[in-house]
Design a protein around this ligand. Structure first.
Ligand code: NDP
Length: 277
């Protein structure tokens, strides 16, 4: 029987746990989200993040800057948040308008306040096995695997996608759990054959229903990170869910799988930063 991993419910449970932990901490964890420009999707993400903070009893501040904000102005804004003792986590919503260099802007965030785990120092620490904020989406995927009781030690994990924010950190997290990890990408040869050997298959590609049902090993855990909007406005993942769910042991739906976990992990990173003081 296939277990459908309910990311919405798991994220709700985690947010409740974080709320309780925050209450015990005696410090109100604070997250500052900086939004530059008026991209409608980004505005929705930012609103959802602020709402999740409020629900968890965190302090949240949202700074909205116009699209034409100058580099110096944005850097000064980040420095101000770095110095604000109420703020433990800072997130600059991506993508930024074209005239701003994302890497330079992100590098201005105090690494102790890296809520997204995107800073080079955080990514480097993950590589070295040191404690650091971990990118929220792969961290959420790992949490789903753990809470679903998917055996990881010695399992063959195949990650399709090698982006800095999902694929690469996902591979490192699975390696840390003692999986044998294969990372695939657009130049990989024999992708279906490799997928068929996966006990754990993580799809982070950005192509609707790209992973077919007959690429799945019977009983495998399938984690679908993809969020693809179809022409009819509906959202679908990178995995052909209907077919894959006939074969998999565990599977995440889209929507309602990995997506809700990302914000829960953002709150977790903020709480961890507040604990460090
Ligand atoms: P990127 O576009 O940065 O990376 C996509 C990866 O998929 C690349 O490594 C690329 O390979 C690989 N790829 C593309 N085509 C193929 C192919 N034909 N065969 C094998 N591999 C291929 O995307 P992201 O990592 O940022 O996101 C991936 C998906 O996850 C998207 O749908 C995105 O919307 C979703 N997402 C969901 C989040 C959530 O909260 N649930 C958060 C972040 C992302 P190569 O490197 O060779 O180009």
């Amino acid at each position: 029987m296939t277990v459908v991993i309910d990311g919405k419910q798991t994220a709700k449970e985690i947010r409740a746990e974080l709320r309780e932990e925050a209450q015990k901490l005696g410090v109100v964890p604070g997250l500052c989200v900086i939004l530059v420009g008026d991209d409608p999707a980004s505005a929705i993400y930012v609103r959802n993040k602020a709402r999740a903070c409020k629900d968890a009893g965190f302090y949240s501040s949202t700074i909205k800057l116009p699209a034409e904000t100058a580099r110096e102005e944005l850097l000064a804004c980040i420095r101000e948040q770095n110095a604000d003792p109420q703020i433990h986590g800072i997130l600059v919503q991506l993508p930024l308008p074209k005239h701003l260099d994302e890497q330079e802007i992100l590098a201005a965030i105090d690494p102790a306040k890296d809520a997204d785990g995107f800073l080079p120092v955080s990514a480097g620490k993950l590589l070295l096995g040191q404690k650091a904020p971990v990118a929220c989406t792969p961290q959420g995927c790992l949490e789903l695997l753990k809470r679903s009781g998917v055996p990881m030690e010695g399992a063959h994990a195949v990650v399709v996608g090698r982006s800095n924010i999902v694929g690469k950190p996902m591979a490192l997290l699975l390696l840390r759990e003692n999986c044998t990890v294969t990372v695939c990408h657009s130049r990989t040869k024999n992708l279906p054959e490799i997928c068929r050997t996966a006990d754990i298959l993580v799809a982070a590609i950005g192509k609707p229903r790209f992973i077919k049902g007959d690429w799945i090993k019977p009983g495998a855990a399938v984690i679908d990170v993809g969020i693809n909007r179809l022409e009819d406005g509906s959202i679908t993942g990178d995995v052909d869910y209907e077919a894959a769910s006939q074969v998999a042991g565990w599977i995440t739906p889209v929507p309602g799988g990995v997506g809700p976990m990302t914000i829960a992990m953002l709150l977790k990173n903020t709480l961890e930063a507040a604990k460090r003081g």
